[in-house]
Design a protein around this ligand. Sequence first.
Ligand SMILES: [Zn+2]
Length: 173
Amino acid sequence: MNPAASTLPPSAAPTPARAAAALLARHWDGKLPVDPRRIAAALGIRVVARGGPDDPGYAYSGYFDNSGGQPVIEYNQSEAVVRQRFTIAHELGHYALGHASSPRDTPANFSTRVADDVERLANRFAAELLIPAKELRILLQTGKFKDVADFAAAFWTSQLAITYRMQGLGLIP
Ligand SMILES: [Zn+2]
């Protein structure tokens, strides 16, 4: 068992969907794309850019540190912007789901195939936060969006994230 998962007993931990909905209700201005950095700031979390030319040794996608004082989220600014947004939302998930400080998140932790339950939950949370179900359904109903790329642009996520979210909601097979 991952020690990070033992912070809360499973029954007391919020589900990713509920935790994301609660944060959106409290800290989202209702505009797309959802800005996870702004939500983190509203929660008093410090968001730190790592990587890039001045920090080339940073080999991770992100990190959540809740070991004392102000919680800190790191993200790798040398990765694509949609990835940076997903990373911040994923690390926010570790916070909102009551996980202890996460080991530094390698790119593999953001894969849909990641085996670790804690990482899967953080990924679920990130998708729920960045792609709110209600807004996805509304945009779908307008009929103006022809393919996944249009939705990815509106929510500022990867096309893969949109596809999984639509499948999860039963909107596409
Ligand atoms: Zn993680």
